[in-house]
Design a protein around this ligand. Sequence first.
Ligand code: CP
Length: 303
Amino acid sequence: MKLHHIIESQQFTLPTLIELFQRADQMEQVVARGGTLDYQKKIMASLFYQPSTRTRFSFESAMLRLGGKVISTERAHEFSSVMMGETLEDTIRVVGNYCDVIVLRHDTVGGAQRAAVASAVPVINAGDGKGGEHPTQALLDLYTIYKELGVIDGVKVAMVGNLLDGRTVRSLAYLLGKFERVKIYFVAPPALQMKQDILDHLASGNVWYSLESDLSKVLAEVDVVYMTRIEPEKMPAQEKLPSPYYLDEAGIQRLRSNALILHPLPRLNEIAVGIDSDPRAAYFRQTKNGVLIRMALLASVLD
Ligand code: CP
């Protein structure tokens, strides 16, 4: 499998996803052996215009586990020539002369696509803008479902939180829509529901979805609860705690015994910390899978 730019979930076909997951499985063995030197002549630039813990560190960890080298700026707005008015395109053209792949988090929707057009080396979208895409997060989310449940066809997933602005949920909806008999419950306050473009996309592929506003009503139905943040200022004023968009110890009583609780993280208070020790809480295992998927993606881009 050879990949070039990784910009959006839509670009992945089913066979590519399966191959990617098999490669991520192999990467788990590579990590267990202490890594590889196969990519020691390669350099990854991580260029982040927005804060990140998981995506930046896991990409950098992935590159180091592959034996490669990393150059990095975590606050590109302040620590790059953007301060002097340099365009994203010019920055990308220059940084591309110093590395073999650019991992970019940008603050505008479409930033990764603009970078790809300008770039001589592969660009990987590490999240672009509010309500843009975050394809590598969605790939690791889907890989976690595949690993933990053993199957994706027929899976029932509740996506919960601020779905209007979330980019992980958009990218994950595109990926889930490629599988058979999937059901997606979008659970959000009406003002923060999933955008129409995603709903139209799912409808055009005959993917079942439902718009919901009370998580407690869908918990018993689903195999996966994919929690995301709702910033306190976005929460409708009339909402009283306990919020219908938070998951607590009482809520997980309704969940199936083999259900999964996922979250791209960081969390605010939408998942009670008391749930963390429940075996169904997979969000920290999910972060570990991020390194494996990003190793597989980097290898597929650099080969
Ligand atoms: N899930 C995720 O994108 O986290 P970071 O913002 O820490 O990278």
